[in-house]
Design a protein around this ligand. Sequence first.
Ligand SMILES: Cc1cc2nc3c(=O)[nH]c(=O)nc-3n(C[C@H](O)[C@H](O)[C@H](O)COP(=O)(O)OP(=O)(O)OC[C@H]3O[C@@H](n4cnc5c(N)ncnc54)[C@H](O)[C@@H]3O)c2cc1C
Length: 628
Amino acid sequence: MSSKNPVDTFDIIIVGGGTAGSVLAARLSSNPSLRILVLEAGQNRNEDPNVRVPGFSKYLLGNPSYDWQFQTSPEEGLNGRVIQQPRGKLWGGSSAINSHALVYPSRGYHNAWSSLLGRGAAKSAERWDWEGIKRYYRKFQTLQEPSEDVKRELSIEVSEWGVGDDAGKPQSQKNENGHEGVRASFPVTPHVLQKAWVDAIHDLGFSTSKNPLDGDLVGGSTTTNAIDSSKRERSHAGVAFLEPSTKRENLVVRSNVFVEKVMFDENEKNGNLVASGVLYRPETSQQDVTVYARQEVIICAGTYGSPKILELSGIGDREIMAAVGINCLRNLPGVGENLQDHLNFGPSVEVHDIIMTADVTARDATAAEAAKTLYEAEKKGSAAEGAAYSFSYIPLQTLSSSDEVRELDALVTKTLEENSSAISKGYNAQYEIIQRLIQDPNESTGTVFMTRKQRSFPSSGPVPGNYMTIIAMLSYPFSRGSSHITSTKSSTPPEIKFNYLQHPLDAEIFSRHVVQIGQMLTQPSLSAQLKPGGNTLPTGYSRQRIDIDDIKRYLPQYAATNYHPAGTCAMMGEELGGVVDEALKVYGTANVRVCDASVIPIVPRGNILSTVYAVAEKGADIILRAEL
Ligand SMILES: Cc1cc2nc3c(=O)[nH]c(=O)nc-3n(C[C@H](O)[C@H](O)[C@H](O)COP(=O)(O)OP(=O)(O)OC[C@H]3O[C@@H](n4cnc5c(N)ncnc54)[C@H](O)[C@@H]3O)c2cc1C
């Protein structure tokens, strides 16, 4: 039963106070004439130490107080494994439970994105090419300078980064209305392995001091993490954007409420559905509540939540909705399709006993307690640091022979030609883009990064010894999956299938980036850190493995998700199977937008948080401009 309250009306309703939703809430409420409502299924946990302390992320995953605990169907390409898909259920969403690494896409990637938009998308302010978006990668954050020690040890030239805004304003003035955005910082204490990483990149002939925000980062970097170095606390969207905005009278946040669907007027506008509001259920109630939107509804419920809400509202693939008895209001077959993720794999290699890694606190309760005490007293130690700062983006052309490059090119061309008639126009357009990225010597199709701890390959947990793990991530997978409803009950989780490694080219390209790990480990600076005769995990894997077919045999058993699902409400031309247009508006609706990781049409090269923030910042500008 719906309880209608005629005064419960806002100009804009934002569904989901996660990463993107929090940015939109902050930016849109800066216009005092707009009344904004945010509906969030989780609650404000900004003061919770598990969320605040960077090193405590491990307490968040799999814990229903913070995590939706989604999981995939058994994945055939991963030996039938079911892959856990954590997503944040709290203010700040997944930015409040993630691993905080800030990594950036390339100029070529964004230019390709804009080519998927199709007709009529050339209006300059709505361009999603590099020129149209680059300023938003700067806008969401404030860079905190590292100490001179860190700069020297890790060859960081902060002046090159130019975070602020592209008009060159000082950082203190850059964010309107008191928002300084996400605080981004480098390691507090440089670690010997981080220094060795930088030296290895140099030894391979690459720079580590290019500005990653310039869109042409090939080589490596010590990247930033979304950690406030003045407090040594996680800087997530709930802290940086949502909570400060609640001081404004025109912003209302309702927590612990579950949005079920968007409601539509009986009358359409120019053939488009007109949203009148949304239906939600408070966690503590059995009764649905309707709240009304004068202008629009923006769905920011994430890669799984957003397509689910659209389908429950009658927008999606007609047959999928009919199968569960939902009346189709708009047949939009792209909803819930095009699901992509980054898979990763790489060995953990034992380093000299004297090198302190996070393994020490992982296996020893006394050491863990000491780390906690040190953090509480001085905000220092392993709990104060992010897990991954050391990254590289090395094109396959660089470390492969010209014969190997030619062979891969031929294989990619042949495989795509053989499969092109069996797949949709949209996927073909995406595959052409990925093929160009593979062939471009200035693009990397893999991201390789290092963490200062072992990956627990044995189910028994951490093994003795101190480790570093070097992980290759397949940047642009060809495999595509889906996330769809299987019931009209909004509490039923969606059916999630990635079809990981099902496209034959994925294992080919992925395994070649795994070979790069061995090449990095032979660099003197990194090999000097390895314990002579030390262990390598997974057991039986040799640290410098170069046989591609052999590596391919390890992937189904050991490849893991990097937690970057995207693409289920893709911003592409409708004729390509897109769901939203360049203004983030859902096709066939007058006033429903989606703004979150689901609109990203092709998952970006590296970690995707920066892209989600940039999309939300740009989305806010588009909406504010439309409103004014
Ligand atoms: C464990 C983990 C580690 C990661 N590490 C990194 C990293 O190091 N670097 C990086 O770049 N990226 C990382 N990511 C990915 C990144 O954090 C996400 O891609 C990004 O935060 C997604 O933002 P979003 O706005 O799309 O969704 P979210 O931030 O998940 O926001 C969705 C919000 O909607 C709410 N919601 C959903 N459904 C409903 C409903 N029906 N009613 C009301 N509210 C609803 C949710 O509770 C949530 O708050 C990681 C992710 C995870 C989970």
